[in-house]
Write a protein that binds this ligand. Structure first.
Ligand code: CAA
Length: 284
């Protein structure tokens, strides 16, 4: 089956980013969220990015009209009935995700493929609550979605080849490069990235060097676009803590154990860019 119409559950940073790249590639997209205000915010986020691209001469008014024209928003999950692929991009909460998949399983046509954009939860745990276990994959996009070139397409031991290949083809058709992964906690990228971020926080906590020197070390020494502490601020300290906890729970290895400083900072509300303060101060 070829994917012709896309559904997105959750129109936040990730969901609206996925909707934007799919709509720009010509797919009709139906996006849902719990409240109209979240849908409005997502649409204005996309419009703002398109306006910036126009200012820079990287897009035209016509491109903007086409992209926005391909996106329909609604709070009604029933709108997914005729979608060929539905990607869930809500909060990282397994119970909330399961509730969504149970609902859309009743609504969607039998051939619809389901995907979760989770970064760390088990795809298998979500697939088993549906009547389409073999048509269930992980599709893990990266933030900011319009910029980052990668999608991890994840298969469980139940995923059939057709659904997996359709998901890969869809990701490639919106301009992304695919990494194929098994349903292992963290897939490929977070399995390597999270211990690296945790290690950097641990060494910072141990007084190895200043935060600027740790970040510059990796930026200038290894050509990373952001240093590990800057990147943790960008991802969100609460998210890094959450993923680290899930990975530690799964593997029981110290390398995944979130360091005390990370826990204290999250407790204090220092969540990174989104809260105005993390390892760095963003209030200025
Ligand atoms: N949304 C869309 N586009 C954005 C953007 C955003 N939030 N932020 C920046 N951009 C675009 C800019 O418009 C600009 O586009 P053009 O080149 O077309 O002009 C381009 O990105 C570069 O932006 P800037 O010049 O403003 O800034 P920069 O060069 O410092 O790049 C960055 C910003 C792209 C975020 C870069 O710092 C970067 O790549 N950082 C690392 C990001 C990263 O590692 N993301 C993955 C996080 S891990 C994850 O998502 C998975 C998980 O499960 C935790």
């Amino acid at each position: 089956m070829t994917i012709k119409k896309l559904g997105i559950v959750g129109f936040g940073q990730m969901g609206s980013g996925i909707a934007q790249v799919a709509a720009a590639a010509g797919y009709p997209v139906v996006a849902t969220d719990e409240k109209d205000e979240f849908l409005k915010k997502g649409l204005s986020r996309i419009e703002g990015l398109l306006n910036k691209a126009i200012e820079k001469g990287k897009a035209t008014e016509e491109d903007k009209k086409k992209t926005l024209g391909n996106i329909t928003t609604t709070t009604d999950l029933g709108a997914f009935a005729d979608c060929d692929l539905v990607i869930e991009a809500i909060v990282e909460n397994l119970d909330a995700k399961i509730k969504i998949f149970e609902t859309i399983d009743r609504v969607c046509k039998p051939t619809t493929i389901f995907a979760s954009n989770t970064s760390s939860l088990s795809i298998t745990d979500m697939a088993v609550v549906t009547s389409r276990r073999s048509q269930f994959v992980g599709m893990h996009f990266f933030n900011p979605v319009p910029v980052m070139k990668l999608v991890e397409v994840v298969r469980t031991i139940m995923t059939d080849d057709q659904s997996f290949n359709d998901a890969v083809a869809f990701a490639e058709s919106v301009g992304k490069t695919v990494v194929r992964a098994k349903d292992t906690c963290g897939f490929v990228v977070n399995l390597l990235l999270i211990p690296f971020l945790i290690d950097a926080i641990r060494w910072y906590e141990n007084g190895l060097a200043t935060k600027e020197d740790i970040d510059n070390g990796m930026k200038l020494g290894c050509a990373h676009p952001m240093g590990p502490l800057e990147l943790t601020d960008f991802i969100g300290l609460d998210t890094v803590l959450y993923i680290g906890e899930i990975m530690f729970e799964e593997f029981r290895e110290p390398r995944y154990a979130p360091p005390p400083l990370l826990k204290r900072m999250v407790k204090a509300g220092y969540l990174g860019r989104k809260s105005g303060r993390g390892f760095y101060d963003y209030k200025k």
